[in-house]
Every structure is written in structure tokens, then in C-alpha cells.
Design a protein around this ligand. Sequence first.
Ligand code: ADP
Ligand code: MG
Length: 728
Amino acid sequence: MSTLRFQALKETLNRKPVKIEEPKRRSEIFGSNVFNERVMRQFLTKEAFTNVMEAIETGKKIDRNVADHISTGMKEWAISKGVTHYTHWFQPLTGATAEKHDSFFEPMDGGTAVEKFGGGALVQQEPDASSFPNGGIRNTFEARGYTAWDPTSPAFIWGTTLCIPTVFVAYTGEALDNKTPLLRALQAVDNAATDVAKYFDKNVKKVNATLGWEQEYFLIDSALTASRPDITLTGRTLLGHSPAKGQQLDDHYFGSIPSRAIAFMMDLEIECMKLGIPVKTRHNEVAPNQFELAPVFEEANLSVDHNSLIMDVMKKVGERHNFSVLMHEKPFAGINGSGKHNNWSLATDTGVNLLSPGSTPMKNLQFLTFFVNTIKAVYDNEELLRAAIASASNDHRLGANEAPPAIISVFIGSQLTKVLDELEKVTDGKLSPQEKTELKLNVVGKIPEILLDNTDRNRTSPFAFTGNKFEFRAVGSLANCAGAMTVLNSIVAKQLKEFKVEVDKLIKDKKMKKDDAVFNVLREYIKKSKKIRFEGDGYGEAWEKEAEKRGLSNNRTTPLALKAQVSKKTIALYKELGVMNETEIEARHEIELEEYAMRIQIEGRILGDIARNHIIPTSIRYQNILIKNVRGLKDIYADDFARHAKEQLEIIESISSHIASINSNVNAMIEARKIANKMEDAEERAFAYCDDVKPYFEEIRYHCDKLELLVDDEIWPLAKYRELLFTR
Ligand code: ADP
Ligand code: MG
């Protein structure tokens, strides 16, 4: 009997939900482990407090002696909460988070010791982080990387460690992380959007991008995942036959949450409350054992940090509940994958959501301005947006039935489509007073203040307008949101800059009124960007053909999609906005290509290993049992045995043929890997892994899955889909 699998099943069936103690009110513990405004008032001098607030609000630099005051306050607060260590917490290009803990403890003369944490240690550190991917940046410049404090994201306590969010850059200033370009993109969109918002309200001084992500994940018992080397090492199943019951009945979606899962969620939410992550909703997703969690939206940089943090916290809380938290985009073939919708908008410091329709025609013209500019930005940069969500794991999801396709399009719903159709007809040049009144009353004025309930529901558009925000849905569940947010905010920044130039030009050269100029430019944008709008629900071949006619890209694989990251257009865009220089852009491209090849390489190795060392030996054992049985039948029935052994003989042959196919495909895959590994160029290697190695996965899997159906369940070594997905 296959001991590991059955032991795991037994363990799983005996589990009880972990008892979680709820605080009296969650609001009382909210932010209790965060060095937030309330705590800063208590632990900082007035001068230090003002400095930090200015740094957050206006980006003003904090000087060294003030930093000393801040670090002292931070240390006192942390020690009062039982903290012993501190760490600079950063997001290297692996997509995960990194930390290296240092103790506050400092020995002194005479056998005494103190707790120390100076301003220098707060502001800057030099982690020995030379093994993080850097795409050659540090080799080129022979410089080490250092981390620097990002005061816009507050320090927090996790366990007994004070975590200080930081950027990670080379000494020469090149970004080595995900946060640095994001902060630059957010600055760019702030500048551009503030300028445009001033057309409508002179008092606007700052515009923040907002992000509310929705994280999907699977909870699978950790004993069961431990019996599967593929899940343990790649986060997904590389083989496994579909269960008799999958998600066809749709009975999991929004159904009652299983009790072990609810205990996990309560525990997780309580941790999130302490960390100041405003999680609000939780529910079952479509697939069995799949769930979703979403916070209230926040300023984008903070929200990205919170998502990175929560992904760590989920894993750690999962351990307490004996769950493996799978955040891979496609852990199970034939079952819905997981995404991370990025709800995005722009908010002014005067409290206005620029993508929210308002109660007056003026507010709606402002709304339409940001709405149409965003659509135009997506149209002009659809390939770059596609590149932003490309990864080996997300390739499995984009284009599968339930997920957005690899073609980027924008869904806006029928109401707004009508409005844009009307605006397309606006007169070229100055508008007559009649036309303007008509527009304001009957077109712009007719956009209902609350679109939320009126927007058509389309669940699979890669980029959908949902009432007061855009929802970038093609982002992968495993991704760091910084990638998608850097691109989106950069392209919108660039677009808004262009818009401002064009409107100002019409006002100056054509002596147009501001409204007339805005209407004129928007009309042209609506016409130009029409091809990106798609209201359909189906994304099959018909849409692929249609998209091709429209000239939209359809980059189905990561190596193809990533090309847009280094196009002339992208380099010019990032240079103009100061988001990244050419070295940084190319380094990132290289890292992503390398990561892609590496992931496929690892999957290939593990699949080959499981197929050869688990599946083939098990199948041979079963075949031997059958052979023994056939021999026995022959002993009893002599020449007549064939009549009784017919089925057994068929299975014996079938097993032999599947084994032969597995073996030859594994051999061929290994050869393909050898060729790929010799390639020096990262792009060439990524393409080789994509086009020459990966296709063997399906072949090998097909035969393994057939064997799963033939071989005696008692000796099958790997937890089966039905066990992974339906054991609670
Ligand atoms: P759903 O998309 O599942 O219907 P909601 O529309 O309620 O759910 O919101 C989903 C997410 O969108 C939440 O995380 C929410 O905080 C976020 N969201 C709402 N408004 C904004 C906004 N103005 N900017 C960014 N995110 C937002
Ligand atoms: Mg959503």
C-alpha cells in the first residue's frame, strides 16, 4: 500500500478546525502593530512627527538628525510590544519579499548591554543580498545594493520583528526591486493627473492612484500536498486525472465556507487587522477549496505592500491550520484558476474619485476625461499591459475558459458605450451654445451618479470598468501587483500629459473655451481607441479572429509577451516619465526571461522524476499483479484461459504502451532541455523552454493520467484530485 498517500488521507480526515479567539471588536485591534499616525504622535517629538508627515504627503526628505529621533521613537514603541529585532523589508525581483533580521541588542563595556537603533539603521542598510536577481546591473556597475526607508508605507511588527518597508537599489541608483519603479510611476501619474484635474478644480494639489486587489487562492491540506512533489516544489499539480465531480455543479461558489477554512480565515483576518490591512470580504470561489479575500482599497503603494505582506502572512497562518495555501494561477488542470483583480482608480487630495461619475455635468466631464484617457492609454499600450501580467504560471490561466484571454480589451458596459457614441458626434471645432447645452443636459448629464448597479456584469474581460474604477483582471494570483501598477500608472500618466498638451493647444491656438477643447480632444480619443473596446462575453476563436482584424496583439506565451517590455516605445515612455532607464528596463527583461526558463526547467525535472520514479514503478507493480493473475488463470483453465483473462491482458498491454510513451517522451524532453540549457542568450533559452520543452509536459501527463485510471487505487502513490479538492 502506498503509505504516504494513505497516511496523509488519514491525517486529513482526523483534522478538527483550530479554535480561534475573536477579539471583542476587530476595530479595537486594527493597526495595533503599525507605526501609524496615532502611534507616531505618541512616540515622536513634534518636529519628527511633522517631518514624517511631510515626507508622506509631499515627498520631502528627512534629514539625519531627525531620523535619529524617529528611530528612537520607533524602537521604544517596538520594544514596548515585545520586539527584539528589526529588518528592512523589501521586494526584490523574485516577486516575493525579503528580510534580514538584526537585533536591537548591543553589548557594552563592563558586561552590560543596551537596545540600540539609530537613524542610520532606519534610513539605510546594506544587506548582503548579492544573490537576488539583478539582471547584470550590479556586475556592470560593480556596486553593491542597499535598502532605503520608504516613509510612505508605515513600519509594522510581525512576530517579534519590526519591519521597515524599503526600496532596494544599486549604489548607482538603479532599481533592483519592484517598489522603486512603482514609486516613480505613482509620482508621474500624480503630476500628470493633478495638472488635468486642475481644469475642473483649481484646488487639487495631489492625485493618488488607488488600488484594491482581490486575492484568490486554494486551501489544500498540507499532509496531502506533502505527498505530491509537484505541488511541494512547483505550487501546482503536473499530473492528476480530473475527478468524477469537478466544479460542474457550481455548488461551491458563494456556498457556506467549510469550517476548517473559516477558522483559517478568522485567524488570518485577525492578523491582518493588527497589521492594518483592511480586509473586508471573504467567500468561496468557483472551484472546490478555492477562496477569495479582498481588502478595502488604499493608496496604491501601500496596497501593493499589503498584498505582498498578506501573501506571506497567509502561508504562515496556513501552517497553523495544516493548510498549504496555493496561490499559483493554475494549480489544477480542468478546474478554475486563480487571479488577482487589481481595482484601480485615481483620487484627489480634495476627496474626489476621478473615475466616479458625479451629480453635475461639470463633474461628469471630469469623469469622462479620466475615463476616456484611461481607455486610450490601454489602447496605445495594450502589449505592454499584456507584458506586465506575463509569467510562466499565468500562461496557464490566460485564455482558459474562465479567465481573461491573452488579448487585452476594455469592457465599459452598454450605458457608457452609448455616451461615448454620442460624444463621437460632437462638432469639430467650437461648439454652439445649443450643442453644449444639449450635451450637458442629455449626454454628460445623463450619466447616473451611481453606475455600480447599472453596469453590465462581465466577469472575464481583462480590463473592465465597474462603476467607479477600472478592474485589471488579468493579473495573476501569484504576481506582485507592483508590476501591473507600474505599467498602468505610467501609461495613464503619459496619456494625461499628452491630453493636457492637446487641450492647451486648442485653447491657445484656436481660442477655444476649455470645455470645447476638452470635448474636441475626447472625441478624437474615442474614435482612435475604439478598437480596444469589446463588450462580448465569449473569447474563443471568433474573438481571436476579430482581434486580429482590429490589430490587437495576441501574445499567448510569456517569452512572446515580454518583448514589449524592451520595445523602443516602452523605453521612450519610461525615460520620459523617469520611471526606468534603459539599463533597468533591460535588466528586468532579462530577469523575467531567466525566471521563465527556470520555472519550466524545474517543472520539467519534477515531472520527469515523478513519471519515472513514481508512476512507472507503480504501474509495473500493478502489471505484475495482473500477470500473476493471468498465469493463475492459465493454470486453472489451460487453453481456455484467454476467455477469462481477456480484460487483464488488455490492461497489461495498455500499461506497457503507456509506460513506453512516458519513457520516450521523458527522454525526448531531457534532450530538449539539454539543448536549451546550452543557449547563452536568455531570450533564446526562454523560447526554447516554451516551444521545445514545455510541449512534452502534456504528452507525459496524458499517459500518466491514463495509468492513474488503470492502476489499482490501493497502490497509487500520489494524492488524487478528488482527495486534494474535496477533503475538508
Ligand atoms: P466586486 O468587484 O467583487 O464586485 P467591489 O466592486 O465591491 O467587488 O470591489 C472590489 C474591490 O474594489 C475592493 O477591494 C474594493 O476596495 C475595490 N475598490 C472599490 N472602489 C475602489 C477605488 N475607487 N479604487 C480602487 N479600488 C476600489
Ligand atoms: Mg472583482
